[in-house]
Structures are given as C-alpha cells and as structure tokens.
Design a protein around this ligand. Structure first.
Ligand SMILES: *Cc1c(COP(=O)(O)O)cnc(C)c1O
Length: 380
C-alpha cells in the first residue's frame, strides 16, 4: 500500500463553515474585528474566563504578541521546555531574549516544575509552560514560583483548547496564554490562533500591538477622535472569513472535544495489553488535569527501533508520526538558547514517542486495525 489508508489527521468541518463565510461576505465586512470575530472573542472569554481574547493569525503570532507585551530586552531569559514546537522559543528570541531549556516530567512530558527554580537567574523574566497533548502543566506550583520571583507566565496552550486544570481553562491561568486553530489542532480555521490576556492591565496595550501599534480599537469604540501610532505593533488580526470559519467550529467545540475523548479512551483501552507486556507506555493523565483528546501517543519501550516501527505502520497504510525534535538539539536552539541541567528525559522520551491517527470520524474498526498492526509489529 502506498497511500495512507488511515491518515494521521483529517481536518474536521462541522458543515456550517461555508454558510458563515457567506454571511461574512454579505455583511460587507471582510477585514478583522467584525461580527464573527466579536462572537469568537466573547465565546473564548466566557469559556475560559480570560480578561480579553484576541484572535490572531496563529498561535505563533499570539506568542509573538506575548513577547512584545512582556517588553523583553536583549539577554532576558525565558524558561521553557526543549520538547516543544519552535514557536514557543522563536517568539522570545525575536525580542532578543534567550530560551532556557529545562527538562520535562516523565509522566506528562510537560516542563518539570521542580527544576524551574534552579534555572532562574537575575535575567529571568518569564516561564513559558507548554501543555503537551492538552494535558496541563502543574500550574499552581509554577504560579507560586512566578510570584516569588516576580516572573510572568505565558502559557503555550496551542494544544489546550477546551482542556482544564483544577477546573480552570488552559490558557487562562498565567498572565498570558495562546491557542492554535491550525488544521492539525482540535478546533480549526486552517491557520489561526488567539491571545488570551488574563492580566487586565495588559489588555489595552495588547489591542494596540495587534492593530499595527495604533489605538484604532479605541477609535472604533469612539473613545478617541482619531487613531495614531502609539507603540510597537504589527498586523496580528485575522480577517472575518477566518473568524466565520472558526465560529462554526467553536459552536461545536463541546461535541468535537467529546468525540475526541471517546476516540482517546478507546485507544487507551485497546493498548492496555501492549503496555502490560512492556512494549509501550501509554499516556498518563494526572488527576488535576481534564485533557481534550488532542493527541494519542505511545512511548515505545527503550531499544525499539522507532523509525522501523513507523516505516512498517506506513507500509500497512497507517499514518503514525513522531513529534518534536528537541529544540536544544536543533541548529537555532543551540545558537540562541541555553540548557539548564541535564535534558535526559527530553532526549530519551522524544526519541521513543509515536503519535497514532487521531481525528473526529476515526471509527472503532480503524482504531482496532491501528492497534492490531502496531501489536503485530512490536511482537515480531
Ligand atoms: C501547533 C503549536 C504551535 C503553533 O501553532 P500555530 O497556530 O501553527 O502557529 C505552537 N506551540 C505548540 C505547542 C503547538 O502545538
């Protein structure tokens, strides 16, 4: 078989996307911050409790905005995992800051909160926890560290839409948070994202940064009689066509999450025997974390040839993939970043991880086939 009979991802549409885009066209308002954008903002604010939600072109641009809001200076440091997507680091490096990579926890693959304090220096300004697979970091512990050391917290909640920690929505716990609506995430608009501003003191500056550094937002609200260049900024707001698409997804976010969790739970049950025989380790969800079924991964037992397993899965028509190449081992990570402590778990766990097909509509029979083929490969 050459093409993937069971693809890794299949973007899900609710069916209302095109109708809402037609409505946006009918509104004769295609640039940003029209009726659909406002609906999306309200929805995120009500769901998460953040002070202000602002749609962006991507999670990457939301993180760029966060880095601008923190007023980072050259040489300032931001503590983050190395096991993450490049955007977590890039946003801060663009401001001249240094990503300081700290190891991850064995259970969740999230930044190890117990190793953060040892990495703090007089230049440390912020912590950027990443909620891997929509499973929360240990936020209370990190918030206490941030408070003691006067640091800001920027949550990379790209994967955390609809997930929570002790009942609090991911992205709305730290000072700032970011969502992704990229087509590979749970709730999508092709490309898309949002900045969640939780500190009310940062809201008006966030609006200015997003509107090319102008106070256009205040002008539209009638608070000033003309708008002018106020601050650093760029164009971070998506068009109404994107917001209209996103609205069709947010309306169904509850159901989409529910369906993903059902798929996740089925994999978890089907793969229990492989874990019992010691060939894989399944994901571990701490009691305080309500996840969102974003990723189903397994960690292959040490010594198993991951590339070989992925190749055989592919030969059987199954689209399984690995995940992050740790940033500290990448050319730009070595140029711009610094490592604190050993990153043994980051290195060893990232080399053992494979993600299984996960998308709304993935049927039980397809999942059974994925698990049967994986079992047959590993038991050979
Ligand atoms: C997907 C992802 C991003 C980037 O999101 P975009 O919307 O594609 O910019 C950043 N961080 C993490 C952890 C991600 O998973």
């Amino acid at each position: 078989m050459t093409s993937d009979a069971i693809p890794f991802n299949r973007p899900y549409a609710t069916g209302k996307e095109l109708a809402y885009q037609g409505e946006a066209l009918g509104n004769s308002h295609l640039s940003g911050d029209g009726a659909f954008t406002k609906r999306c903002h309200q929805w995120i604010e009500q769901r998460t409790g953040c002070a202000k939600a602002l749609l962006t072109h991507s999670c990457t641009s939301a993180l760029d905005m966060a880095a601008l809001l923190l007023d980072l200076k050259s040489g300032d440091e931001v503590i983050m995992p190395s096991f993450t997507f490049v955007s977590t680091a890039n946003a801060f490096v663009l401001r001249g800051a240094v990503p300081v990579f700290v190891d991850i926890r064995e259970d969740t693959l999230n930044l190890d909160e117990r190793q953060i304090e040892a990495a703090i220096t007089p230049r440390t300004r912020a912590i950027a926890p990443v909620h891997y697979a929509g499973v929360s970091c240990e936020m209370d512990y990190m918030m206490a560290i941030a408070e003691r050391n006067h640091l800001k917290i920027v949550e990379d909640a790209a994967q955390g839409v609809m997930a929570s920690y002790k009942g609090r929505a991911l992205g709305a716990i730290g000072d700032l948070g970011s969502f992704s609506f990229h087509e590979t995430k749970n709730i999508i608009s092709g490309e898309g994202g949002a900045l969640l501003v939780n500190d009310p003191a940062m809201v008006s500056r966030a609006e200015v940064i997003r509107e090319k550094g102008t106070d256009r937002e205040r002008f539209f609200r009638g608070e000033v009689d003309k708008y002018t260049w106020q601050d650093l900024g760029s164009s971070f707001l998506p068009s109404e066509m994107i917001a209209a698409f996103l609205w069709a997804q947010l309306e169904q976010a509850e159901r989409i999450t529910h369906e993903r969790l059902a798929i996740w739970d089925r994999y978890h049950a089907m793969l229990a025997p492989l874990e019992q025989s010691g060939l894989v380790r399944r994901p571990i969800i701490p009691a305080d974390c309500q996840h969102n079924g974003h990723i189903y991964y397994v960690l292959l037992a040490p010594g198993i040839d991951r590339q070989g397993v992925l190749r055989e899965l592919k030969n059987n028509g199954i689209g399984a993939v690995f995940h992050y190449v740790p940033l500290h081992s990448s050319p730009a990570g070595q140029r711009y970043g610094r490592v604190d402590g050993g990153l043994q778990l980051t290195t060893s766990l990232s080399e053992r991880l494979i993600r299984l097909p996960m998308w709304v509509g993935l049927g039980e029979n397809m999942q059974q086939r994925v698990c049967d083929v994986l079992g047959a490969i590993l038991n050979k």
